[in-house]
Every structure is written in C-alpha cells, then in structure tokens.
Design a protein around this ligand. Structure first.
Ligand SMILES: Cc1cc2nc3c(=O)[nH]c(=O)nc-3n(C[C@H](O)[C@H](O)[C@H](O)COP(=O)(O)OP(=O)(O)OC[C@H]3O[C@@H](n4cnc5c(N)ncnc54)[C@H](O)[C@@H]3O)c2cc1C
Length: 380
C-alpha cells in the first residue's frame, strides 16, 4: 500500500491534532502555517473530557497534565444573586465516567505539547496559503509567493477566515455577534479562600451577552477570568488587543460581590470580538476538506471550538486509515464523505447550542458532549 501525501493548511489546534493523527495512520503529512514563528499568546483553553480523551491517544495527554489544572466542579450561578443553578463533579469523577478529566491550560502549552509530537520539518512556518485547486486525483495548494505543491488530500484547518473554505465555496464574511470577550489571568493568592476557586464556574447575566467564567490554570497557581459585554460594532481582530478593565468592571457593577471580586483581581484584560457562521451544507470538494473553525466556527459559550477541532482530527484520520494512493480518487472521496457524515451533525448541533448560550445553565447532564469517543464512534 502506498500512503497518502496530505497537505494541512494551518497549524492551530485542529491542524496539529490532524497532523499527529494522520501520521499515526501512516500518511506523509506537511503542515503549512502562515505565522513566521509560534508566539506565546497568553490565552487559556478549557478542554472538556471528550477532547482530553481524544488527546490522550494522540500521545499529548501526559505532557498536558504537567501544567494544566483539573477543575473540581463545573458550576453555574446566577450572576446577580449568586444562587447555584447547576453543579457537575469533574476531576476524578469525570475521569471515572468519561475516561478523562476536564483540563484547563494555557493555549501555548497545548500547542507546544502537540508540536512535540511531530518531527520538526513537518511544520513549515511563514507559508501562507492563498488558494487550493482540485485536480483529477488530488489537489494543489498555492502559497502567497505563487509556489504550488500537489497532494493526494488537502485539509483546510486555517480557522474562521479560512482561505481553503473560500477557495472551495466562495468568500464570505463571518458575522459579528455583537459581543466582545475579555480575558484576564492573575495569581491565585489574590482570591485565596474564595469558595470553589478550584472549580470551573459560570456566573450568568440576565442577558446572553453578559457572563463571567472563572477557572484555575497552571495547576491552580493562576486563575483565569473570561467576561463578555455587548458592543454595537467592532472592527479590530486578534487575541491580544488591550481591553479597558475599568469599563469592564463598570459593566458588571450589579453582579454578585464574589463575581466582581474576580474582575477586581485582574490587573489588565485582553479583548477579542466573537464572530459566527451558520453551519455549512457541505465541507468537502474532491480531495479537499475542512476541519475545526474553518468548517464550523462557534461562539465559545460551551468551550467546544478547539474540542471539536480535535475530535474532527481523530475522526478524519480514522476515515483515512488504510486508504492508499494506488486506489486514487474513489477511496479518498469515500473517506472524506464518511468523516463529514459523522462530524457535520454533531458540530452543527454544538454551533447552534453554543449560540443559544444555555448549556448547563441548569441541569447537569453533559453526556451528549463529554461522553463522545472520537476513537470508536461508528463512521457511517
Ligand atoms: C474568546 C474565545 C474563547 C475560547 N475558548 C475555548 C475553550 O475554552 N475551549 C475550546 O475548545 N475552544 C475555545 N474557543 C474556540 C477555539 O479557540 C477555536 O475553536 C480553535 O482555536 C479552533 O482551532 P482551529 O485549529 O480550527 O483554528 P485556529 O486556532 O484559528 O488555527 C488556525 C491556524 O491557521 C493559520 N492560518 C490561517 N490562515 C492561514 C493561511 N491562509 N495559510 C496558512 N495558515 C493559516 C492560523 O495562523 C492558525 O495558526 C474559544 C474561542 C474564543 C474566541
């Protein structure tokens, strides 16, 4: 059997997870990332058991556990009164139930854990993809410098503004939700003794555009806070734009004192606007498919965007396992259809549910999200 050559556009969490999984399946993988160097962006990532379970079998789990925190509970509270409306045991209880705990970690630590799982030459930095075209057998990636490279399969893992998605389906612009998110990290000592500080807690506002989420990072040494405000318009893009901490505190002046104390503990915050797209009717064309935010961007209210990208990567690699280039288009097209048929309904449901922003506000059954096993789920 002659293994496939696979070009992955984008070395975010989805692209790197796909690179690891597809190499494990025996294929020859090259990853193209437009960023000239990996910067340590100081943002968090909350990985729920479904994603940690997927990452464990990719060989990333042990590294993650060195720096991640394990939230004790997943709690919902009314932002104004502080009344508890939902409480799920996480940590060891989640591990026993779902086979993996919830882990909260710096985004850069997750990315470097994944980079360590592929040979250095596999990821090519500073290579911006400008377009993709289909061939009779395979596809061609065109880079910013007009250089081209041919592959048996091409995967667009290049995020919400995906150039691959535009090449396949035409350019369109994601919609601004009218919500801007703020993130801050501070040392634990500032809130030592606060109730449930080792839990993941969401303080719900009276409208969907105000909420505060808090959880531990770096094995509990740091505390991470996420909050949102409504904004009429927003044009700037990026993860590290400075936010106005005083304006943020003012926007939460009616919240419970414990929630306000979390914002008071932040020296500064970064801001990023939230954008969405509708679920797509179809992802793949010929030998090219999409993965992660390129296929199904979502608002972060279920904290599932990266988790879905990681699940996608595992299912895609399983669908392409045993597919040989000797069989040419037929087997590849069939594998991409099986991947998409399994992943599209789940990710569309999570896109819709994230936007509705009522996940675990009350009730405590998270099984449909957390119990998903990307390694064994039946492929249609
Ligand atoms: C405020 C906020 C909080 C979030 N919190 C969570 C959370 O707690 N848990 C969770 O699971 N998800 C969370 N998410 C969602 C998560 O960040 C995304 O779903 C996830 O990053 C998607 O991964 P990806 O690999 O598909 O895309 P990205 O992470 O966007 O990676 C795409 C990569 O492609 C590269 N690229 C882009 N264009 C090109 C090109 N033309 N050529 C080459 N390379 C290119 C980019 O530089 C980037 O490295 C959050 C999102 C936001 C906005």
């Amino acid at each position: 059997m002659s293994n496939l050559s696979i070009g992955i556009c984008g070395a975010g969490m989805g692209g790197l997870a796909a690179a690891i999984a597809l190499r494990q399946a025996g294929h020859a993988v090259r990853v193209f990332e437009r960023t000239p160097r990996f910067n340590r962006v100081g943002a968090d990532i909350n990985l729920t058991p479904n994603a940690v379970f997927a990452l464990d079998k990719l060989g990333v789990g042990a590294y993650l556990r060195k720096s991640a925190a394990r939230p004790t509970f997943r709690i919902s509270r009314d932002g104004i009164t502080g009344e508890e409306t939902s409480r799920l045991p996480m940590s060891s209880a989640a591990e026993a139930k779902y086979g993996a705990p919830q882990l909260t970690i710096h985004r850069a630590d997750l990315l470097s854990a994944m980079q360590d799982q592929v040979p250095a030459g596999c990821i090519e930095l500073g290579r911006a993809v400008h377009g993709v075209s289909l061939r009779d057998h395979g596809a061609t990636i065109r880079f910013a410098d007009d250089v081209e490279a041919d592959f048996d399969v091409v995967i667009g893992a290049d995020g919400i503004h995906s150039a691959v998605r535009s090449a396949l389906w035409g350019a369109d612009t994601p919609a601004f939700t009218g919500i801007v998110s703020y993130r801050g990290v501070f040392p634990r000592e500032r809130v030592e003794g606060m109730a449930d500080i080792d839990a993941f807690t969401k303080w719900w506002g009276d409208t969907g555009d105000r909420q505060i989420v808090v959880f531990p990072l770096t094995q509990g040494k740091e505390i991470f806070v996420f909050a949102t405000t409504p904004e009429e318009a927003w044009s700037a893009e990026g993860w590290t734009l400075p936010g106005d901490i005083e304006a943020l505190r003012a926007a939460y002046s009616d919240f419970h004192p414990q929630a306000r104390a979390l914002l008071d503990a932040c020296d500064s915050v970064t801001a990023s606007a939230l954008f969405v797209r509708e679920p797509m009717a179809q992802w793949a064309r010929g030998a090219v498919t999409l993965l992660g935010d390129a296929a199904h961007p979502m608002v972060p209210f279920m904290a599932q965007g990266a988790c879905m990208a990681i699940e996608d990567a595992v299912v895609l690699a399983r669908a392409l396992t045993g597919v040989s280039r000797d069989a040419r288009g037929g087997q590849i097209g069939e594998a991409l259809r099986r991947y998409e048929a399994e992943r599209k309904p789940r990710t569309a449901e999570i896109q819709r549910s994230s936007l509705a922003n009522d996940w675990l506000k009350t009730g405590s059954n998270a099984d449909w999200v957390y119990a998903y096993d990307a390694w064994t789920v039946a492929l249609p």
